[in-house]
Every structure is written in structure tokens, then in C-alpha cells.
Ligand binder design. Structure first.
Ligand code: SAM
Length: 332
């Protein structure tokens, strides 16, 4: 079988696959979706476990995918998650397998996930103050997230990363507190700039907390030094904190885009290939898959989808339009 790399016309090759296992979530982060939730995908439109694993297999065995990250929505809500992780890790060559989660319920599954071959985990946590956590997520569940983080560390899923979004007027004064909290627990914190991917289309650049603001705030309490390691395709700029060894990351997708180094491709829970988080076009693999298409045909469709990837996300372009589906449906 010859390997067909997922190349685009701008010299990039996708090797990192983000798989959304569900568009449902048990939190309601205000910058992501409305309080009442969204019209979730009907069950029959979502790929089955076998269909997901088959498409991941095509990505890994034919298209050069080296890392598979499960996300959503909330991937821990997917009943077959542990088995999907095990079957993904059993592919040849075995990809790196990771998970992005809000950690609700992780205390119960961290060990099984590690045993199934999960390599790494990212947990989203925007505030360590219970009241602000509840305001941001519209759910009073901070203790469950902390229990999930502790279980991930105990299961050996190190280094456990924490992703935080700062929201103006709610937790924009908490960068230092979050970093101290993570450093004390050996967790690797990364701040993510808020992106125009919310279901409500309420994002405003003027309201966004920028990477520059975050770094200024952190520098009031810590000495930060850019790491000497090359960033490669990693989205986060990393800084050594107080001489190390711990680092803090900032993912400045809006103010310091890194599209030129992007190596990512996404598969939605309903089997659409999305070549960029901000793409307005999707390429349907589910319909041909269910119509009996062979692996060669599905691989060719995937290659064509990637070839059409645009050079950049275009947020700064006056003609920029948010994708129709929000981040929770595309896969964060
Ligand atoms: N439910 C999982 C979680 O909480 O990590 C995975 C999906 S969630 C969409 C993935 C990440 O996207 C979370 O860290 C979340 O904070 C972030 N996110 C959601 N909407 C965002 C937005 N508009 N801008 C930046 N990050 C966002």
C-alpha cells in the first residue's frame, strides 16, 4: 500500500488528526454555546465506533496520520471511548493517542483510558474559584474537574496539560492564580485566546483577552523566558517560568496566528473532514462510507479535502465569516 500524504497547496502536510466523538457536552461554557445547549446530532447521523475506527485506520495506515486526539463536544460522554482508544492504539504504525476533555467523570475512567493506551490528556479549566467556574460553565462542577485531574496524574497520563480561556470581566484577573495552582500540582498550563467559534456568534475582538495581556499579567508575578526549543507545528508559544523546569504556554490563534505551520485535520462526529477549524466547507466521508466505498476511495476523498486547505484562517480578512458549525460540533 503506498502512502498518500495529506498535503495542501501551501506546502503543509497534515499528520495530526482531531476526532470529534460527539457534539454533546455536559458543560455550557458561555464562550462556546448557549445555556440551553444546541440541537445535537441525531444518533443515526453520528459515526458508529466501527465507522470511526475504520476512518482513523485509513488516516493512520494510508495517509500518514501520526497523532490522533479525541475531542468533541465532550468525548467522555461517548460510551465506547475506551474501546475506540484501544483500537486506535492497536493500528500499525501505532499513533500517539490523546484526549481533550472537561474531565467530568474522568476520575472513573482515567485508569481504563491509560490501560487502553492513551498517551496524553488535556483538561479544560478556566478558573479554580468555584463561583467563577460555575459562571463560566453554567455548572457547579469544579470539584469533579479537580478529581478528574488528580485521577489523570495518578493514572500516569503525564504531562497533564490544562487549557484555560480568559473571559473579560469574569476570570481575566486570574492568569497568575491559575498558573500558580497548576505549578503547585505539576500541571502544564496553556492559555487559549478566545476565537470566533461560539454557537451564539457573540465573539468580539475588542472583548477578547489577548496573548499580550495574558503575558503582561503573568510577568507581574513570574519571570518568563521563551523556550529555546523550536515550536514546530505546536500551537502554543512556550515560556520557561522562573528559570524552569516548568513552562507555560499561550495559544494566540487570533493575534499571532500559526497557520503556516499547521499540521492538523479534523473529523467530525458525523464523518465530515474539516481541513481547518475556520473552514466553511466540509467533505463528507460518511455518505460514501455507508454506501459501501472502499478504503482507496475514502482515502482519495480525504486527500482531495486536504488539498483545498486555505493558507490561513482569515480572521483578519474583512470578508471573514464564521464557520456554520461551532467549535463544539467541529471538535475543539
Ligand atoms: N469538552 C472538551 C473540553 O472541554 O476540553 C473538548 C471540546 S472543547 C470545544 C475544547 C477546548 O476548546 C476547550 O479548552 C474550550 O475551552 C475551548 N473552546 C471552546 N470554545 C472556544 C472559543 N470560542 N475560543 C477558544 N477556545 C474555545
Amino acid at each position: 500500500m503506498t502512502l498518500q500524504p495529506l498535503a495542501d497547496r501551501h506546502g503543509r502536510i497534515a499528520t495530526d488528526l482531531r476526532v470529534s466523538l460527539t457534539d454533546r457536552c455536559n458543560l455550557r461554557c458561555s464562550y462556546c454555546m448557549p445555556a440551553e445547549g444546541l440541537n445535537w446530532l441525531p444518533h443515526e447521523e453520528a459515526l458508529t465506533d466501527d465507522e470511526v475506527v475504520r476512518l482513523i485506520g485509513i488516516g493512520v495506515e494510508r495517509l500518514g496520520i501520526r497523532e490522533v486526539r479525541f475531542t468533541g463536544g465532550e468525548p467522555l460522554l461517548r460510551r465506547g471511548l475506551v474501546d475506540v482508544v484501544r483500537r486506535t492504539k492497536a493500528l500499525v504504525p501505532a499513533p500517539e493517542v490523546s484526549l481533550t476533555t472537561n474531565a467530568l467523570g474522568l476520575a472513573r475512567t482515567a485508569e481504563a483510558l491509560a490501560a487502553a493506551g492513551l498517551d496524553r490528556i488535556n483538561v479544560s479549566l478556566d478558573s479554580v474559584r468555584a463561583a467563577d467556574f460555575a459562571t463560566l460553565t453554567r455548572r457547579d462542577r469544579l470539584p469533579d474537574v479537580i478529581a478528574g485531574l488528580e485521577a489523570a496524574v495518578a493514572a500516569g497520563l503525564a504531562p497533564v496539560k490544562v487549557n484555560a480561556v480568559l473571559v473579560r470581566g469574569v476570570n481575566d484577573d486570574q492568569a497568575v492564580e491559575l498558573l500558580r495552582w497548576c505549578l503547585d500540582r505539576g500541571l502544564h498550563l496553556r492559555f487559549i485566546e478566545q476565537m470566533p467559534l461560539d454557537a451564539q456568534h457573540a465573539w468580539q475582538r475588542s472583548e477578547m483577552v489577548t496573548a499580550e495581556e495574558i503575558l503582561l499579567s503573568l510577568e507581574s508575578a513570574f519571570v518568563l523566558k521563551p523556550t529555546s526549543e523550536s515550536r514546530g507545528s505546536a500551537p502554543a508559544e512556550e515560556f520557561v517560568v522562573d528559570g524552569g523546569p516548568m513552562t507555560v504556554g499561550v495559544i494566540a490563534s487570533v493575534t499571532r496566528p500559526f497557520c503556516g505551520d499547521c499540521d492538523r485535520v479534523r473529523l467530525t462526529a458525523d464523518g465530515q473532514v474539516v481541513n481547518c477549524l475556520f473552514a466553511r466547507e466540509e467533505s463528507d466521508l460518511r455518505t460514501p462510507l455507508r454506501a459501501g466505498a472502499g478504503d482507496d476511495e475514502l482515502a482519495d476523498l480525504w486527500v482531495a479535502a486536504m488539498a483545498a486547505k486555505r493558507a490561513g484562517h482569515g480572521i483578519d480578512d474583512p470578508t471573514f465569516l464564521q464557520p456554520t458549525r461551532p467549535m463544539s460540533a467541529i471538535g475543539g
